[in-house]
Design a protein around this ligand. Structure first.
Ligand code: BG6
Length: 518
């Protein structure tokens, strides 16, 4: 489905009928930052281009530095021309949108600034039609999230029961452990109703991630096999070729476990493992995802130790691009023990999955850039082929490629013509060859959903906390270990040898991405 075809209403997400984006003023806190320039404003531009925004729409950038509206618009325009995923930029659309973009100078921790903001919002040229429909986007450093929510409330801009829509988008990181996430949830919920809080995990905005729900529940042929009777194990990999690329200050505190595992990998994990929801509304889907996390028992340190690997990249080359060792990256401690790679084995203790391991891994500076879910089925009984080709009867597997080259493929054993032998062959579906429609970027999808109040693709408070419960176990174990050094892996490899051993000790191995097959 092309979102352009649905002009001027927005496309249904997973569940809802198309809804019209109401006239709204969107306030971006952290308006001079990278995220605003690279992702948020380009996403608004694409929504405008696809006629998904109403005419009465305004964007207000809130930041500390002095700047005029025109300067702000020019900076955003330059960034758009550089980062837009469709080129060239349609200048007519941009000019029309940018005429409704304003700059507001204020300090995030200054309560008075929010009162001035409330006045500014009321005095916008568009405000007669917009009324008090506001979307506040916290694209700031996380230490300001709490202040901003409290100050919005004090200025009368938080959730209200008078029919106006006051909504809040919060970027990650959402806390740094269970305790801080709980505190943040409490602070946000003291200002905004949970239904008005939209915690972004941009993986949920990816079409291929949303397709997991269709793939599993709109087909009769996979779901009967989707359980411990037929599935041997599941692998989820988010591999990146890039290093920390100038984000050392943030990353050295977060590491792969907080930056990727707690959010993006757990989203893929819960969507793969969840039970069919009672309906396709936001709460039913999110209830099922939370149930998956609740079904993972808090692992004891002794067993977790055997099922967990962390490592850090040394320097080297990926292709002909030189990557410095992690400890040589800008704003990274030269003796840093932060993991840039993590692999972990979890089990979901419920009726469907009992005894089926889920192996999750993610890392930076790896050999290939890809996100994949591999479902590995149990080996078929090999009696029939025992005498001839038994050693060649492989397990069936299903490869769900989230990015890039979005695709789904199933492999099976086929007879090699003229020989009493079998070989694994693939049946492939590729997004590109099946659909030539416009593929929206994650932020476009998520912004539209927040604007219409559709929460399915956002992380609920209890989901965030359950994910932290598990990630905290990793950190508790690591802090007890008091290690002096970390295993290093070569840049451009698929991680440390320990990650391979994690599966090999169970008689399994990681599925290689197609890019790395010789
Ligand atoms: C972000 C992480 O959330 O996701 C980054 O902070 C990571 O470290 C990025 O590179 C990966 O996102 P994507 O969409 O490129 O897979």
């Amino acid at each position: 489905m092309s979102i352009a075809n649905l002009d001027p209403t927005c496309p249904p997400m997973i569940s809802n009928a198309p809804m019209r984006v109401p006239p709204t003023a969107a306030v971006i806190f952290g308006a001079t930052g990278d995220l605003t320039h690279r992702k948020i404003v380009p996403a608004f531009y694409h929504l405008a281009k696809n006629k998904l925004l109403p005419d009465d729409f305004a964007i207000i950038g809130f930041a500390r530095r002095p700047k005029s509206d025109d300067e702000f618009r020019n900076n955003l325009g330059e960034a758009l021309r550089k980062f837009s995923h469709t080129q060239p930029v349609d200048e007519e659309v941009w000019n029309k949108l940018s005429a409704h973009i304003y700059y507001f100078q204020g300090e995030l921790d200054d309560a008075e600034a929010y009162k001035r903001l409330a006045q500014k919002l009321k005095g916008l040229p568009e405000s007669a039609k917009i009324g008090e429909n506001y979307l506040f986007y916290l694209a700031t450093a996380p230490n300001y999230f709490g202040d901003a929510a409290k100050n919005l409330a004090a200025a009368g801009l938080a959730s209200r029961a008078d029919g106006t829509r006051h909504r809040l988008i919060v970027e990650k990181p959402f806390g740094e452990d269970l305790q801080s996430a709980q505190e943040l949830n409490r602070t946000l919920q003291s200002a905004f109703a949970e239904k008005d809080i939209f915690r972004i995990d941009h993986y949920l905005g990816k079409e291929t991630v949303q397709n997991l729900i269709y793939f599993r529940f709109a087909n009769a042929i996979y779901e009967p096999l989707w359980n411990r009777r037929y599935i041997d194990h599941v692998q989820i990999t988010v591999a990146e070729q890039v290093g920390v690329e100038g984000r050392g200050g943030y990353y050295d505190h977060a590491g792969a476990s907080r930056d990727m595992l707690q959010n993006h990998l757990f989203q893929l994990f819960t969507l793969t493992a969840m039970e069919p929801p009672a309906s396709l509304d936001a709460e039913s889907i999110r209830d099922e995802k939370v149930k998956v996390l609740r079904s993972i028992a808090t692992p004891a340190p002794e067993s977790l130790q055997k099922n967990l690997v962390r490592a850090q990249y040394g320097g080297g080359y990926i292709g002909n691009k030189a990557i410095p060792a992690y400890r040589q990256e800008d704003r990274v401690d030269h003796q840093s023990l932060t993991e840039t790679f993590v692999a972990v084995r979890f089990e979901v203790d419920n009726w469907r999955w009992s005894g089926v391991p889920f192996y999750l891994r993610t890392g930076k500076a790896l050999a290939a850039q890809f996100t994949e879910i591999n479902i590995i089925f149990k080996r078929p009984p090999s009696v029939l082929f025992a005498a001839s080709a038994s050693s060649k009867i492989h397990r069936n597997s299903l490869r769900i490629r989230i990015q890039p080259n979005e695709s789904i493929s199933i492999n099976f054993n086929a007879k090699v013509p003229g020989k009493a032998e079998s070989e694994l062959v693939n049946m492939d579906f590729s997004y590109k060859s099946s659909f030539d429609d416009y593929l929206p970027e994650a932020y476009e999808r998520l912004l539209v959903d927040a604007l219409v109040g559709e929460s399915t693709l956002f992380t609920r408070a209890d989901e965030v906390e359950q994910a932290w419960r598990l990630v905290d176990c990793l950190h508790n174990l690591w802090s007890k270990q008091k290690i002096k050094d970390l295993p290093l892996y070569a840049c451009g490899s698929m991680g440390p040898v320990e990650a391979d051993l994690l599966l090999e000790k169970d008689g399994r191995h990681w599925t290689r991405p197609r890019e790395l097959k010789t």
